[in-house]
Design a protein around this ligand. Structure first.
Ligand SMILES: Cc1cc2nc3c(=O)[nH]c(=O)nc-3n(C[C@H](O)[C@H](O)[C@H](O)COP(=O)(O)OP(=O)(O)OC[C@H]3O[C@@H](n4cnc5c(N)ncnc54)[C@H](O)[C@@H]3O)c2cc1C
Length: 392
């Protein structure tokens, strides 16, 4: 397989923009109408997801060793779309037809063989992982909403009871879908695993957001939604040993960090935990009661609320990291950061400038990425030397 040729041909095709997914999906649905049910009712947001991901992964097949963990997760995860082994050749055919269409004269027999072999390799890993996952987890869980509280105009706290136990590690995220929307998004449990198996989610409705709006404005106690297996290890506590923690949260980014606080409490460890929790303004702290209760229950936990915009500081916006850095030196700690992509980026830049090392910074942004947390780790970040050096 000529990896350079694959990449070059993919960039030529990708330059056709929106035309590429349009052609791909038309070809797929025309030749294999049964695959339509795997995709959301409204395809608008879906447009470039599958095609871009496929093109990117297949044309990077020379790095398959780095991608293999991600592909396995992807294969296991795709069961939630009701994808079966027999669908993979259909998608492969549509991909090759799309490439042929856009490459015109540049589509040669050799290139066709390379793409076909690369897609075969990728799909093989995914199919095998999906088969292996059958023995471990269902493709998705049906969960009943047993609590639905609107805590702010655009924020709801949901309590869900999955039909079977959904095991997860604090800091991970789970797939969530509403049967009427059929799109999946990630949300982070805000609790450590509970004896009754219930899961708490904090959801902010994104303007025009298909899934979040449905969960915040269009759901009630008694409704059923679908959940998928947990993913991600960026915010889990496993690499930290017994180190003290600094937690920086903003908005619903508080959810996974709340589950970490609960985990520390369950562990009974002697860590110190300092939490800086931010919101755009004072009125937007939607979970104060629970936060205050945690702070009152656990002497090892200190909480600081940070209102970004303040009447007394016109034109200034303060982030949790700004307050934390002004308050002290936390370089002996592991730092967990969660919020919008902008908040996470600002926090990382500020901490790195202040001498904190990458290995002690654990972060997750809630912005859009095609295939959730693993996509970033496996595909967007170039392979590099391990920089997870110890904490000072
Ligand atoms: C690992 C991970 C964990 C997450 N955990 C949570 C969580 O616990 N709570 C939570 O509320 N959200 C969380 N999110 C974000 C969530 O997955 C969705 O992206 C978000 O709810 C919007 O989905 P949607 O279907 O409503 O919007 P879409 O239909 O996908 O998008 C509609 C519009 O909203 C914009 N948009 C999309 N995402 C966001 C966003 N995050 N913020 C602002 N605008 C956006 C789009 O650009 C578009 O204009 C998490 C995301 C990731 C990747």
């Amino acid at each position: 397989m000529d990896a350079a040729r694959l990449k070059e041909s993919w960039s030529l095709v990708a330059a056709h923009g929106d035309q590429v997914p349009l052609y791909f999906y038309s070809t797929l649905f025309l030749a294999h109408p049964e695959t339509r049910q795997m995709f959301p009712t409204n395809m608008a947001g879906q447009r470039d997801r599958l095609v871009t991901a496929l093109g990117h992964i297949v044309s990077n097949v020379d790095q398959v060793d780095r991608l293999v963990g991600f592909l396995r997760d992807l294969g296991a995860d795709h069961r939630k779309f009701a994808v079966r082994a027999e669908h993979y050749p259909a998608v492969g055919e549509a991909l090759l037809a799309t490439l042929r269409h856009f490459l015109g004269d540049q589509w040669t027999d050799e290139l066709a063989q390379d793409w076909s072999a690369a897609y075969g390799l990728v799909s093989q890993v995914m199919i095998e992982a999906a088969q292996a996952a059958e023995a471990v987890n269902p493709p998705w869980w049906v969960a009943e909403i047993v609590g639905h509280e609107r805590r702010a105009f655009d924020v709801a706290v949901l309590t869900l009871r999955p039909q079977w136990l959904l095991p997860f590690t604090p800091g991970q995220s789970i797939g969530v879908s509403h049967p009427a929307v059929r799109s999946w998004r990630y949300y982070s449990p805000a609790n450590a695993p509970r004896a009754d198996g219930t899961v708490e989610l904090h959801v902010r409705a994104a303007p025009g957001g298909a899934v979040s709006s449905r969960l915040v404005y269009g759901c009630a106690v008694g409704d059923k939604i679908h959940l998928a297996a947990p993913v991600g290890d960026r915010l889990t506590l496993w690499p930290t040993g017994p180190a003290d923690l600094l937690l920086l949260a903003s908005g619903t980014g508080w959810a996974p960090l709340k589950s970490l606080v609960e985990q520390v409490a369950v562990e009974g460890s002697r860590r110190r935990v300092d939490l800086y929790v931010g919101a755009r303004s004072r009125t937007e702290f939607y979970d104060n009661d629970a936060i205050d209760k945690l702070a009152a229950s656990y002497p090892w936990l200190t909480v600081t609320y940070v209102a970004g915009a303040d009447f007394h500081r016109p034109g200034e916006f303060v982030q949790p990291v700004d307050r934390a850095l002004a308050d002290g030196d936390w370089r002996s700690r592991h730092v967990y950061i969660c919020g919008s992509d902008e908040m996470v980026a600002h926090s990382l830049t500020s901490l790195q400038r202040a001498g904190y090392r990458d290995g002690q910074l654990h972060h997750e942004g809630f912005g859009k990425h095609w295939y959730g947390p693993a996509w970033r780790t496996a595909v967007e970040q170039p392979a590099g030397p391990d920089n997870s050096g110890g904490v000072r």
